[in-house]
Ligand binder design. Structure first.
Ligand code: 3HC
Length: 313
């Protein structure tokens, strides 16, 4: 494998496909990122699931059910993409990557370790969390690995519905009673900084960024995407009549961007270490679900094997 030739190939905007020869560190970087992306989709269903039975109307319940179903599909899509990188001993098969998450050896997005305490949180999750995810995933549509970039096209289309239904929930609350508007403000206050952390550490503290950029996986930096997210989101909050929970947020005419306060990086590191508000609860839910529903997988495998026997009989 001529490493310089491979770099030249991806830097000329060519796509790498599963059967292509690729450097091991490229494969490893992709397995890490794509499997963790998939874990984020799957664990991301949990905070919202709590509100399906509490949705204030049938219409809201249907939209929330559709969104959660989409997230499951995104997870399956992304596990399939990461499995295309399985070379038999790198643990990129679905069982191994999923087990790594259950054992706390692989990450999922920190944002899902925060509780959804009110119905307004469901609006804030759609508006801010899916809004930040869109910002990141639109960038990933241009990544060099074929299956991952193609997965992003479908996922981004569905994410825009997620973001809009969340924003509409908050718009309804902000046009409602004082209590409802206060609920929306409280949700923004609690989800704003964790949503900014979704973009990852500052570029200077990002150990994976350089290699990811060289390999044309990450196409824009953590800080650039975070800045763009802030720049587009502030006016959306103003339209809702909500106050941004950052007293250092101010438009910088010279930079043509918002200046903003320091993120709570200590909190970020604690959440990544597993000490966030819901880390233990999230993993316990997934571990219990795997145990309780293992019969479904066993039955599906038995059925597939039977089908195989019939076809080959
Ligand atoms: N939560 C958890 N871990 C995070 C994180 C976050 N918000 N931000 C960074 N990290 C981790 C990284 O995974 C890395 O750890 P690792 O080496 O053990 O994997 C470490 O912190 C250092 O960060 P880097 O910036 O060096 O890592 P990356 O170059 O991988 O950049 C990333 C981080 C921007 C999250 C990148 O991995 C990425 O773009 N991932 C794909 C998109 C994704 O996973 N989005 C998560 C949300 S998906 C979602 O919200 C679903 C939607 O439907 C709601």
């Amino acid at each position: 494998m001529d490493h310089d030739k491979f770099l030249e190939y991806v830097q000329a905007e060519n796509k790498v496909e599963p059967k292509d020869v690729m450097p091991e560190d490229y494969r490893k970087l992709l397995v890490r990122q794509i499997s963790q992306h998939a874990h984020s989709e799957i664990v991301g269903m949990l905070p919202e699931a709590n509100w399906i039975s509490r949705a204030p109307s049938l219409r809201r319940k249907m939209a929330l059910l559709a969104k959660i179903q989409d997230e499951a599909g995104h997870g399956l899509y992304l596990y399939s993409a990461s499995e295309t990188l399985n070379n038999g001993e790198n643990g990129a098969d679905r069982d191994s990557t999923y087990q790594a998450m259950l054992e706390g050896k692989a990450k999922y997005s920190s944002i899902f370790n925060y509780a959804a305490l009110s119905w307004a949180d469901i609006g804030a999750i759609g508006w801010l969390v899916d809004g930040a995810a869109i910002m990141n995933q639109v960038m990933l549509m241009g990544n060099s690995y074929g299956p991952y970039s193609r997965a992003m096209v479908k996922i981004c289309k569905e994410e825009s519905f997620h973001q809009r239904q969340g924003y509409e929930i908050l718009m309804t609350l902000c046009r409602g009673t004082k209590e409802q508007k206060d609920m929306a403000q409280d949700a923004l206050n609690r989800f704003w900084w964790p949503a900014l952390m979704m973009f990852g550490p500052n570029d200077a503290d990002s150990p994976n960024s350089k290699k990811s950029m060289d390999y044309r996986v990450k196409r824009e930096s953590n800080d650039d995407l975070r800045q763009r997210f802030i720049d587009v989101t502030v006016s959306q909050a103003e339209f809702l009549g909500l106050k941004m929970p950052d007293e250092n947020l101010v438009w910088n005419e010279e930079r043509q961007h918002y200046d903003f306060g320091d993120l709570p990086w200590d909190e970020f590191m604690e959440v990544l270490k597993g000490n966030g508000p819901c880390n233990k609860k999230r993993l316990k839910t997934k571990i219990d679900a795997q145990k309780e529903h293992s019969w479904v997988k066993e039955a599906a495998i038995a059925f597939a094997e039977k089908q195989e026997e019939l076809v080959n009989a």
